[in-house]
Design a protein around this ligand. Structure first.
Ligand code: MRU
Length: 355
């Protein structure tokens, strides 16, 4: 069987002129690449979670918008700018919570705005460079997060993660999984517990799959078992990713993350959020301002089951993310280091010192 670590999660296929992604809805049973060239295809891929995870969504949006405007047949900069803006606004409606989507699209639009005195073809070439740069940066950012996170644990530790903040959610190392991969390279012998992550099973289908493919020691558990493994002393640290961190450290991540954080606090297990600065939104004062995506009810009542497993017409609430209060977070691991409470100050310092 193919090994997922041999595949790139998200990249620009120069020959096909397409955004290339692994279709994550097919995993772990089938590894299938998709080559996307149309706006609706790219929008759908993000909305349907064919490409998912905050950093990968950002990279897909950057490459996607380049693909969608690269063949624009106009020499008039104003027309090009207006087309670019239209495509940007469209892609921005695909998912609301991961701020990387807006961060990447804004970064691409800045390239257009800063170079609008040049020709359209020059701007398109600069957009090409910027999209590749956003992708390359992600690899380095995740590696640095992994190095800092590794200083927080020791060989032989049990680590728990929720959802998939792995290589499938980024370009290479993942965020929450970066210390796991780097630790594995160094022979740290971690025991990794992976929450299956209802309702879309990103833990079971994606995290367990990629870590196992890479040779790590993985144990899959249901979401309601994290308290049990912590009580048994099997977990020395929790690492999770995030979709948006507010200025006070409140963090939106996959639904269920806040429950893991509360349980970790109860059992005195350190709870770390791995956050590239592209996922930190300093414009929002607290987590209550983070838009939380709600998805269709059949993800809970029908998906994965042979037949419906809930009464017809029962009320269903399906928020895709929850906000973990900053009081529950032991530290936030960024590419510039690990920051601790008070997060208003420590996160601000990170951005002040960022070049
Ligand atoms: O709905 P998803 O699968 O896109 O949710 C993903 C998560 O919640 C991840 O933990 C988060 O995006 C961080 S990925 C490094």
């Amino acid at each position: 069987m193919n090994n997922i670590t041999d595949f790139e999660t998200v990249y620009l296929d120069e020959e096909k002129g397409a955004l290339a992604i692994v279709d994550q809805t097919k995993l772990p049973n089938k590894i299938e690449m998709l080559y996307l060239t149309k706006a609706k295809e790219i929008w759908d891929a993000i909305y349907l979670l064919k490409v998912r995870g905050a950093p990968a969504i950002g990279v897909a949006a950057a490459i996607g918008i380049y693909v969608l405007v690269k063949d624009e047949q106009t020499d008039e900069m104003e027309k090009f700018q207006s087309k670019f803006h239209e495509v940007k606004e469209y892609l921005a409606t695909s998912r609301p919570t991961a701020v990387n989507l807006f961060w990447a699209l804004d970064r691409m639009e800045k390239v257009v705005a800063n170079n609008c005195k040049g020709t359209v073809s020059e701007v398109i070439e600069l957009l090409h460079k910027e999209a590749l740069k956003i992708r390359e940066e992600d690899i380095e950012v995740c590696r640095k997060i992994g190095e800092y996170a590794l200083t927080l644990v020791k060989p032989g530790d049990g680590l728990l993660t929720h959802c998939n903040a792995g290589r499938l959610a980024t370009v290479k190392y993942g965020t929450a999984t970066a210390p796991m991969y780097l630790g594995y390279e160094k022979g740290y012998d971690f025991h990794i517990f992976v929450d299956e992550t209802r309702p879309l099973l990103q833990g079971a289908r994606l995290t367990a799959f990629e870590l196992k493919n890479a040779g790590l020691d993985v144990t899959l558990i249901c979401d309601n078992m994290s308290g049990m493994v912590m009580k048994k002393g099997l977990v020395q640290a929790v690492f999770v990713g995030c979709d948006r961190v507010a200025a006070n450290g409140d963090t939106a991540n996959k639904i269920g993350t806040s429950v893991v954080a509360a349980v970790a606090k109860y059992y005195d297990v350190p709870f770390y959020v791995c956050a590239p600065t592209s996922t930190i939104d300093m414009t929002l004062a607290s987590g209550s301002e983070i838009p939380i995506e709600e998805r269709s009810e059949d993800e809970i009542t029908e998906m994965w089951y042979e037949k419906r497993m809930a009464p017809e017409e029962v009320n269903v609430f399906n928020p895709c993310f929850d906000v973990t209060d900053h009081e529950l977070i032991t530290g936030i691991v960024t590419e510039y280091g690990v920051v601790k409470a008070p997060y208003e100050e420590s996160l601000k310092r990170i951005f002040e010192n960022k070049i």
